[in-house]
Design a protein around this ligand. Structure first.
Ligand SMILES: *[C@@H]1O[C@H](CO)[C@@H](O)[C@H](O)[C@H]1NC(C)=O
Ligand SMILES: *[C@@H]1O[C@H](CO)[C@@H](O)[C@H](O)[C@H]1NC(C)=O
Ligand SMILES: *[C@@H]1O[C@H](CO)[C@@H](O)[C@H](O)[C@H]1NC(C)=O
Length: 134
């Protein structure tokens, strides 16, 4: 294959070595229920809000990195709101992006598997600033 470069071969080797060194650690699937935002939430663009989820049943070892993204009209947008936080903490602050006002946004929380909040509202109309639901 044209792009089977020595670099990708090296990366494969390193990954294989890392897996070998770590041993057969069980990969726990953790799909926590998102508790904020909820269906009634209204967030204002550019404000800091806190995404929360139920971490009461979090496994000891969560295999993949934590990631929060935004969904609009059932499509996940390709930008990251937060990354690398502790999934077991149950909360993570984010800055609400400056996006068009709409009531069909969802938060996506990635652990081992993606997980959506209910649809909620983001408003970019500064006249509505202050109507945040934490
Ligand atoms: C978590 O991972 C460590 C090694 O990284 C392992 O020793 C331990 O047994 C694992 N615990 C569970 C509950 O899987
Ligand atoms: C998004 O998915 C929900 C549930 O399947 C559906 O009711 C809704 O109409 C969809 N919205 C859009 C914009 O496709
Ligand atoms: C968000 O920030 C941008 C860039 O600073 C600004 O132009 C915009 O008016 C802000 N929107 C709100 C709703 O505060």
């Amino acid at each position: 294959m044209r792009f089977a470069t020595p670099l990708s071969a090296l990366v494969s080797l390193l990954c294989a070595a890392a897996v070998h060194a770590a041993g057969p650690v069980p990969l726990d699937v953790f799909v926590p229920r998102i508790t904020n935002p909820t269906a009634g939430t209204v967030w204002v663009s550019n404000t800091t809000q806190t995404v929360t989820w139920d971490a009461s049943n979090a496994p000891v070892n969560i295999s993949n990195g934590a990631l929060i993204m935004l969904r609009h009209n059932n499509r996940t947008a390709p930008f990251i709101l937060a990354k690398g936080f502790d999934l077991r903490s149950g909360s993570c602050p984010i800055t609400v992006p400056w996006v068009l006002s709409d009531d069909d946004y969802e938060i996506v929380l990635f652990g081992d598997s993606g997980n959506f909040s209910p649809p909620f509202t983001i408003t970019s109309d500064t006249a509505n600033a202050g109507q945040t639901t934490a």
